[in-house]
Design a protein around this ligand. Structure first.
Ligand SMILES: [Zn+2]
Length: 122
């Protein structure tokens, strides 16, 4: 389960940060994830709630911000948000070629997953 192991990493990092900053209580954890991680936000929050039980993170809120992926074309140099198409099951899949020239693209962002900020009580 992708979300569960990701949540595990988030919880560990957040606890580490909270201890380092001598937090008494953690209120909110702000997470930024790229759309190419294909993480399910609801499942991520659910896993977070289970894993944060009986830790300093207990009852804190995980605030997730999903960022669009960006690309740069290796052929014409165009850049921007990664395009998406919907397949027959209405599942949107990213387009991995340049919308302008059809060239090969480099993914600049979209695979990130990190804690941006935390709201703590000291
Ligand atoms: Zn191009």
């Amino acid at each position: 389960m992708h979300e569960f192991s990701t949540a595990q990493g988030i919880v560990e990092t957040a606890i580490h940060y909270a201890k380092k900053n001598k937090a008494k209580k953690v209120k909110k954890v702000f997470l930024e994830i790229g759309e190419l991680t294909f993480l399910n936000v609801e499942q991520l929050k659910f896993s977070y709630d289970i894993l944060s039980k009986d830790t300093i993170l207990d009852n804190s809120e995980l605030v997730v911000e999903v960022k669009s992926a960006t690309y740069k074309c290796m052929k014409c140099g165009a850049s921007g948000k990664l395009g998406k198409i919907e397949n027959e099951d209405h599942f949107s899949i990213p387009v991995f070629h340049c919308p302008k020239c059809g060239g090969e693209i480099e993914i600049l962002s979209g695979r990130q997953c990190f804690i941006k900020n935390m709201e703590i009580e000291v």
